[in-house]
Ligand binder design. Structure first.
Ligand code: PGA
Length: 264
């Protein structure tokens, strides 16, 4: 796991956008796994800036979002489809027929979840998966106790997640209880994973998933089993890490390797 601590949340957004842009520049038909929430908003802004400056096109990109609330249709203002449209898809040249967000109104979820998995497989698999992390250590809506082999399925949200997400709704009661979400096993099949965490309220989850044991109680800890994960943190989110100095040391060596400079 490559752990990079940057001074501010804006630095995290800029670096995350560079990684995504690099992926699309290398492969115009890249398949991106995308996330909602407050954390990736700055990254999406940077992608839009790059598009408006004529530096990138997303026309051929395929995207798969991690999750969607059950019961909210695509035009509901709090649905994740609306979020993605508002904050990214409509502001650049994405072909929305290639932008997949799980359906919050499916009539047969067993069939539907299997078809979402199949669409990911048919696209050739996810090249780069963007992730945030919940204060309870979840990735997507894989709440504590989720199987680390789980696939796309329905998941009941914890009280903590519903309270965290209530800021987007008029009242806490309106936050849906269920979501359709990629499973941990689905996420771990992405070729590369980029997890972002900013703010002091994530410091506990960050320490647990990077330096704690692999456990279904902190589903982000499953990323320790993936060979190509980059974690971008701002200072407050990194505050409780015990091996920060060592991560910085590794990063300096990694940068020298990438720039083909002597490492010893
Ligand atoms: P946030 O959500 O980016 O709004 O903090 C992250 C998550 O719950 O995965």
């Amino acid at each position: 796991m490559r752990v990079i601590v940057l001074p501010t949340a804006d630095d995290v957004s800029r670096r995350a956008a560079e990684v995504i842009l690099g992926c699309v520049q290398k492969k115009s038909k890249a398949v991106l796994g995308l996330a909602t929430g407050s954390t990736p908003l700055g990254t999406y802004r940077e992608l839009i800036i790059a598009y408006c400056a004529g530096k990138i096109s997303f026309r051929e990109v395929t995207t798969f979002n991690l999750d969607e609330y059950v019961g909210l249709g695509p035009d509901h203002p709090q649905s994740y489809r609306s979020f993605m449209r508002e904050h990214l898809f409509s502001k650049a040249d994405f072909d929305e027929t290639k932008c997949h967000v799980p359906d919050g109104l499916a009539s047969d979820y067993e069939d539907y979840c299997e078809s979402y998995e199949q669409e990911i497989r048919d696209s050739g698999g996810i090249d780069l998966q963007l992730l945030g992390i919940g204060t309870d250590g979840h990735i997507a809506f894989n709440e504590p106790g989720s199987s680390l082999a789980s696939r796309v399925r329905l998941k009941a949200l914890t009280k903590e997640t519903r309270a965290d997400n209530s800021r987007f709704f008029a009242t806490g009661d309106e936050v849906p209880h269920l979501a359709v979400t990629m499973g941990v096993g689905t996420i771990l099949e992405a070729r590369r994973i980029l997890l972002l965490a900013t703010g002091a309220n994530k410091a506990n989850a960050v320490r647990a998933f990077i330096e704690g044991p692999v456990t279904a109680q902190v589903t982000a800890s499953s990323l320790q089993l993936h060979p190509h994960v980059t974690v971008l943190l701002d200072e407050p989110a990194a505050e409780w890490l015990q091996r920060r100095d060592y991560y910085n040391e590794i990063e300096q060596i990694q940068l020298r390797v990438e720039q083909r400079q002597p490492v010893a």
